[in-house]
Design a protein around this ligand. Sequence first.
Ligand code: NAD
Length: 287
Amino acid sequence: MSAKLLEGKTIAGKIKEGLKKEIESLKQKTGKTPKLVSIQVGENAASAVYIKSQKKNAENLGIEYELKTLDAGMTEDALIGEIQKLNQDKSVSGIIVQLPLPKGVDHKLVMSSIAPGKDAEGMHPENLGHVLLGDAKLAPCTAQAAMELIESSGVKLYGKEAVIVGHSEIVGKPLSLLLLNKFVTTTVCHIATGERGVLPEHVKKAEILVVAVGKAGIVKGDWVKEGAIVIDVGINRVDGKLVGDVEFEKAKEKAEFITPVPGGVGPLTVTMLLRNVVSAFKLQNKI
Ligand code: NAD
């Protein structure tokens, strides 16, 4: 058996089609245009790629996109001051701060200074609290992207066994809560699981497997449970090629559904960011 591919691009395309129509009708209803402001401190090649993709996708949907590039030597206080101005600006619906930030700038403090209602990435502690409470308004984008891919399989989630490898704040931790909210029995593995040598035994139980580590091939294809849904969040460059964290060729012979890398989670993450901007716009306009 060879797994069906969960193509992020196709799923993102459908969501974007819906968002485009919704934005058009929101503009007519309010006379306003949703706007995302992206803050970049200094220059960074990796974030330049993300910014280009965010801008193109936003503008295609009818969301205004403004990039503010600030001086690399800017102090933490001055950066927070800029964010506070955007918090007050009624024309701004969403704010994203591009990482990495310069050394000495506390990124958690910076993220927390974004007004929760304008937090396009869904990483403000208040928004993370809503994810925990099961009434998320703006949730972390990559975790939402993984959830969309899992749900696109059409498999009933209630009571299923999920294993997430990776417990970062942007992926593993919030995704574990999104899955728990759907009554999925969820195990979260991390570095200590790997060091203890028990990663294979956890992975082998997974009917839903999500891997977000950032180490090529850390999950072996023969660990994958027959019929599993496999979501590979990892992005690694090996010999000039992008690969995920799961041994794809072997895993696809055992899984029922699997995401390709590239083309799985990536295209959906930016779509989730823009969906958050639309949700923020609706919250601000009490729609
Ligand atoms: P991170 O470095 O913050 O977290 C890595 C996680 O892996 C940690 O929980 C760590 O404990 C765990 N880990 C490390 N070694 C391990 C081992 N040997 N066994 C088990 N667990 C181990 O990473 P992140 O920011 O969550 O990103 C993870 C990967 O996902 C990266 O490749 C990143 O590029 C990718 N990513 C992709 C997208 C996307 O849109 N496609 C978005 C975010 C991150």
